[in-house]
Design a protein around this ligand. Structure first.
Ligand SMILES: [Zn+2]
Length: 157
């Protein structure tokens, strides 16, 4: 019997260590948290996607009284990005959140399983890695690929 191991490399950076382009994406994700509609969880999430056409598309979680009808920030952003710019490819996604106290989360948050699967679809479409930036108030986790978030992912490609 053999054993396989899967590891995930995560770079941990501070805001001022990022490139100007990445700082702009972090700013956009943080700003998007203010357009969240979260009257039930009071957890405001924002996502910002950089496209290879130079555009940044943002999304925020949108809740509904029928809870499963709501959508996470990451899927709001990626579905809108592809609907708005179907020819563009994703290059980076940044995700930020504010907790129930209204302040940015201390530790970076990561996408839920459904969002990881949705984001993977766009990484496959991009035919290249999509960088992921998970934002906390101090540390920003940087992963070089959506696949890093979803090892052994379901895919027919
Ligand atoms: Zn999600």
């Amino acid at each position: 019997m053999k054993q396989l191991s899967i590891t995930t490399a995560i770079q941990v950076a501070e805001y001022n260590e990022l490139s100007e382009q990445d700082r702009a994406l972090v700013d956009a994700a943080r700003e998007a948290t203010h357009r969240s509609y979260a009257p039930y969880s009071h957890f405001n999430v924002g996502a910002a996607i950089a496209l290879d056409n130079g555009e940044i598309v943002t999304g925020a979680n949108q809740e509904n009284v029928a809870y499963p009808s709501g959508t996470c920030a990451e899927r709001t952003a990626c579905f809108y990005a592809h609907a708005r710019y179907p020819e563009a490819r994703f290059t980076t996604i940044a995700i930020a959140a504010r907790g129930t106290d209204g302040n940015e989360v201390t530790n970076p948050i990561a996408p839920c399983g459904a969002c990881r699967q949705a984001l993977l679809e766009y990484e496959i479409l991009a035919k290249g890695n999509v960088k992921v930036m998970l934002i906390g108030c101090n540390d920003i986790y940087i992963l070089d690929s959506v696949k890093s978030l979803l090892p052994l992912a379901f895919s027919e490609f």
